[in-house]
Design a binder for this molecule. Sequence first.
Ligand code: PZK
Length: 286
Amino acid sequence: MTLDLPLVARGKVREVYDAGDDRLLLVASDRISAYDHVLPTPIPDKGAVLTRLSVWWFDQLAQVLAEHGAQHHLVSADDVPAEVAGRAMLVRRLVMEPVECVARGYLSGSGTVEYGRTGAIVDVELPAGLVEGSRLPEPVFTPSTKAEVGEHDEAISFARTVELVGAQRAEQLRELTLALYRRGHEVAQRAGIVLADTKFEFGTDGDVLVLADEVMTPDSSRFWPAATWAPGAVQPSYDKQYVRDWLTSSGWDRQSPPPELPEDVVAATRERYVAAYEALTGSPFA
Ligand SMILES: N#Cc1c(N)ncnc1-c1cnn(Cc2cccc(F)c2)c1
């Protein structure tokens, strides 16, 4: 698929195009990544499900945004080129903040490693005795810098965030990030999903802070099935566990190019994305 628009940025599974008139087009592909590799087999409708989920969250979060004097960047999910209908968002072009705003409600991944070394996540002290998957006493703001494509984001302190964006903006980003995460966690819990952590991106339009990018999707967040949540081990992913388990069983060395996925794993994975969407929104995907 080639869009007749200038490419602005390309991620592992998404692209951003210049749509003119201070608008960008965010396009979500059906590509899936696992173990830091983009797999050769697409998951049908993944891009559409994640786009529809972001669109739904923008509406759900409108009140929280307004309470913090902020807006979101979505202009339209309908006024998009036919080639990407259903899996693209027309958004306002913003001046992007240079930090990834991560909220964590649970200890997982790089957070667990950092906690094991220091008892904290960068400058955020945590109580003793936490294990992989533990729920934190309160959600924490653990910003990171935006890494180059293919690199991992690097967690930074709040003091560094202040250096980058100023004290007032840093405080606003922390407050809003945590408020949005709390709302998302509450909604997800009712849907049988643990929203363990999530990454927001913000920009500004004049003086107004604007929620950008995708929002609380399985690609920007850790989604765990609530029914199997059990601190003390790596939690199963709501959406990617079939893929991870099959890749592990296939003997793939995680260094060479990844193998094609079998049809049953593709179908089961598509069903997990659709199930997450339908559980969260209460609406049928089809
Ligand atoms: N959202 C947004 C946005 C905006 N509303 N205004 C200006 N810039 C951006 C913007 C540019 N890059 N990204 C990250 C990104 C997203 C999706 C795919 C990618 F490859 C990369 C975000």
